[in-house]
Design a protein around this ligand. Sequence first.
Ligand SMILES: Nc1ncnc2c1ncn2[C@@H]1O[C@H](COP(=O)(O)OP(=O)(O)OP(=O)(O)O)[C@@H](O)[C@H]1O
Ligand SMILES: Nc1ncnc2c1ncn2[C@@H]1O[C@H](COP(=O)(O)OP(=O)(O)OP(=O)(O)O)[C@@H](O)[C@H]1O
Ligand SMILES: [Mg+2]
Ligand SMILES: [Mg+2]
Lengths: 463, 463
Amino acid sequence: PEKFKSLSPAEFFYRNREIAGFSNPARALYQTVRELVENALDATDCYGILPTIQVEISRESNEAPHYRVTVADNGIGIPPEHVPQAFGQVLYGSKYVLKQTRGMFGLGVKMAILYGQITTGKPVIVETVPYRSKYKYSFKILIDIEKNQPIVLERKVRKLKRRRHGTLVSVVVEGDWGRAKSRIIEYIKRTAMVAPYANIYFKDPDGNVHHYPRVIRKLPPPPKETKPHPHGVDIELLKTLISNIEANTLLEFLIKAFQSVGEKAAKEFLEFAKLDPNIKPSELSIDDLKYLAMKLKEFNGFKSPRGTSLSPLGEEIIEAGLKQILKPEFVVAVTRKPSAYSGHPFIVEVGIAYGGQIPPAETPYLYRFANKIPLLYDEKADVAWKVVTEEIDWRNYGVTFPAPLAILTHICSTKVPYKGVGKESVAEVPEVERELKNAIREAARKLKTYISKKMRELEAKKK
Amino acid sequence: PEKFKSLSPAEFFYRNREIAGFSNPARALYQTVRELVENALDATDCYGILPTIQVEISRESNEAPHYRVTVADNGIGIPPEHVPQAFGQVLYGSKYVLKQTRGMFGLGVKMAILYGQITTGKPVIVETVPYRSKYKYSFKILIDIEKNQPIVLERKVRKLKRRRHGTLVSVVVEGDWGRAKSRIIEYIKRTAMVAPYANIYFKDPDGNVHHYPRVIRKLPPPPKETKPHPHGVDIELLKTLISNIEANTLLEFLIKAFQSVGEKAAKEFLEFAKLDPNIKPSELSIDDLKYLAMKLKEFNGFKSPRGTSLSPLGEEIIEAGLKQILKPEFVVAVTRKPSAYSGHPFIVEVGIAYGGQIPPAETPYLYRFANKIPLLYDEKADVAWKVVTEEIDWRNYGVTFPAPLAILTHICSTKVPYKGVGKESVAEVPEVERELKNAIREAARKLKTYISKKMRELEAKKK
Ligand SMILES: Nc1ncnc2c1ncn2[C@@H]1O[C@H](COP(=O)(O)OP(=O)(O)OP(=O)(O)O)[C@@H](O)[C@H]1O
Ligand SMILES: Nc1ncnc2c1ncn2[C@@H]1O[C@H](COP(=O)(O)OP(=O)(O)OP(=O)(O)O)[C@@H](O)[C@H]1O
Ligand SMILES: [Mg+2]
Ligand SMILES: [Mg+2]
C-alpha cells in the first residue's frame, strides 16, 4: 500500500537541496556567500543607497570543516515583525513584485540557514536596524522544517547611540574553502566589477582581505515596480487581477490592471476583441477569461513594455569593468532597448574586450551576468554560451581562434528565466536568445572595425 | 516599504514553471506527456504488474493550439480518499520513501494540471480503479493555486461489471505538436526500449499509432523500500528518526533506524565513537547529535548499502534495446555492483554499441537514462556527457572519430541527483561520476577487444 504524505516547502528543499546549489560542501559554501551578498546588494542599490558590504568567512572549528559566513550591509534593514518569517519560512520574501531585483524566489537565505542547521546545528544570527529606526533588533533563528516556520531562540532590542541602518546575517555551514576559494573570490571580484559604486570588503579564512573600494559615487536609478503587461496574461493571472483590482467596467479594469494600456489602447483592444467595455469584470466566466487572455496576447496595439522596472548597467560601467579586470587593447559595450518575453520587460547588454593582456584561447572567455549577479557555474547549459559559440561566426568579424577575446553578457528583467532555483544559467527563451545575438553582432561590428584598422596600420608600417 | 508575503508551493511553481520544464508550449507538451507516462509505469512495474500503457495526444481545438493528453494504465490505482490531494496539492505524493521510483518530488502531475489550468482553464479528469476494488472512481479537479489545495468539481462512483485495476489521467494543455513531435516520439521509443515487458500504445495528433508490443513476459524484481544508511545522516534526519522510532537505548536505535547496521556493527561503532550504548536517544542534545552525525559518517565498519531498494535494467535488456534501435555490429553492457553517495544506494549501468547501421559522427551518440526514465534535454549539462566526452580517451580503445559509436548510460538510485525538478540532467556527484567512468571503461575494454579482432581479420583477408 502506498504511503501518501505532503511535504512542507522547507522539507522539500531540505531533501532536494542540490537543486538549489547545495550539492557538496564546496558548492554549498559558495552558494551561502552569494545568497547573503545578493540580499545585501538588493537592500542597498535598489533603494538609492551607496552600498557598503562586508563579507567574512572564518574557520569556526578545528575538528570539522565548519565555516562562519557573515555579511553586513548598510541597507534598508528588515522590519522586526517580518524577520522571523523572512529568515525562517521557505517561500517568504519581499521580492515577489514586478521589478528587477537579484532575489526572486523567497528561498535563498533560508537555503543557507537550512544547510547550516543540518550540517552544524547552529541557528542564524540576524541583526537589523530598519531605515529611520532608533533601535537595533537581534535574533537567533532556526527553521522548523516539518512545519516550515521559524523557531525564534532569541530576540533582543537595543536603543542605538547613533543613527545608522542596515543588516548583518551570520550562519555556520559545513564547507570546503580549499575547493571553493577560487570561485568565491571570483564571484566577489565580478560582483564589484559591475557595482563600482559599492564599497566591498571580503575577509577570507586565510586571513586575506580583498578590498574593492567605491570608484564612482553615482548610483544607477533604482528600478520601479510595474504592473503586468497584457502579453504576459494567463487565465489564473486574470482571475487574480480581477479579484484584487476595484473596477466597475472591463474598460476600467484594463486601464488599472496593466502597464502600457491607456484609455485609447483599451478601447481599441475591446473593439478588436469584440467585447463590451461595460461588462463587470467579476461577471466574466472561465470561458470569457480564456477568450480575453487569448485576445490580450494577440492584440498588437499595446505599447511594448517600458524599462522603468529595469536597471541596466550601462555601457560606461561595462567598459570600465572589462578594462579594469582584463587590461585589453580594445573594449566596446552595447545596451539594447527594452524588449519583452511573456509580458516581462528585459534588457540585454553586451561587452566585448580584445587583445592587450587577454591570453589567446580556443573559445571566448564568457562573463555572464543576470540582474547584476555574476553566474559562474553551468556555463555550457546557458543560452549565452550557445549564442556566443554556435550562433555567431567570429570569422565574419576578423576573429580567428585561438584569439584574445572576452565577452560580457548581462540580461536584466523583472523575471530572469533561470533554469533552476540555484540561479546559475539562463534558459533558452527565444526572445532573449534573439536579443543576445543582436547585441553581440552590434558590438562585434565595432570590434571588426578596430581589427581591420589595426591590420591596415600594420600593413602601412611594413611598407 | 517592502511588500512581504509568502507563496504557497502551487503559487511558487506556477510563477516559476520553466524550472519544472514548462518553459514554452513545445517543451510543456513534452513534459506533460512524460509526467503522466512516468506515473503510469511507477504504478505498474514497481508492483509486479506487466504494464499496458495507452497514450493519446489529440488536437482539442481548431482555433487555439490546445491538445488533450490522456494516459491510461493497468496499475495499482489510487485510493479515492487520496485522489484530490495527489492531483490537486503540490508537494503531495507516495514516493517520498527510500526506494527506486521514477517519481520523487510529489510535483509532476500537478505541474501538468497547473499548466493546463492556466492555458486552457480545463480541469484534470482522473478515473481510477484501485487494486481489488469493485468500484471505479471518476474525478474532475482544479488546483486552488493560492491555497495549494484541490477543488473537486465532480466525483462519481460506479460499480464495475468486470474486475480490473488501473488509472486514466487526462489534461488539456496549450502545446506545439509540430516542434515537440520528434522529442515526444523519441521519448516513448526509448521508454519502450528499456521496458520490453511493457505494452505501449501511442496515438498522436496526426492520427498515427505507434505500438511497442511486449517482447518479454519477465518483470525485473520490484525494488523494496529500505532504511537510510548511516553515511547519509545529518542532524535533522537524526532528530526525525529519533522522534519516529521507538528505542530505549542508543544501541537499539542504531539497529532499528538504519540499514546495514546489525548488533555487532552497532556495538563496534559505539566503541569507536566512545558513546554509551545505553543512553536514551531522546535525551541527546543538539551537540550530541552533531557529534553522532559526524561519527556515523566517519565510521568505516558499516556494510555498504545493498541493492534491494534498486531495480537495474540488467545487461540483457540493455543489449537487446541497443540492438533493436541501432542495429549495430557489436554491443556490450555492464551492470556495476551497488555503490552509494551520501548514504543513497545507486547502480550505474552502461551499454556500448558500435558499427553496423550506426552512422559515423564526431562525438558518441549518448542515450541517457535515470531510474528508467529517458533524459532527452540538457545533454551537455549532464555528468554522463562530461564523462563520455572529457574523461575517456577513446583512442585507447581503438576508436577514432568520426566513429559509429553509441553509449547508453543508466543511473538508478533511491535518489537520483537531478540538477532540476524537470528531471533532465544529472548533477556531478563525485561517486556517480567515478562509477560512470569505471563502467564505461569496463565496456570499452570489450569494444577494444572486438575492434582489434576485427582489424586482425581484415589484415588476414588482405593477405
Ligand atoms: N540583508 C538584507 N537586508 C534587507 N532585507 C533582507 C536582507 N536579507 C534578506 N532580506 C529580506 O528577506 C527576504 C528573504 O530573503 P531570501 O534570500 O530568502 O529571498 P529573496 O532574496 O526574496 O529571493 P531569492 O530566493 O531569489 O534570494 C528578502 O526578500 C528580503 O525582504
Ligand atoms: N497513474 C497513476 N497510478 C497510480 N498512482 C498515481 C498515478 N499518477 C499519480 N499517482 C499518484 O499521485 C502521486 C502524485 O504524482 P506526482 O507525479 O505529482 O508525484 P510523484 O510521481 O510522486 O513525483 P514526481 O513529482 O517526481 O513525479 C504519486 O506519488 C502517486 O501516488
Ligand atoms: Mg535572496
Ligand atoms: Mg510523477
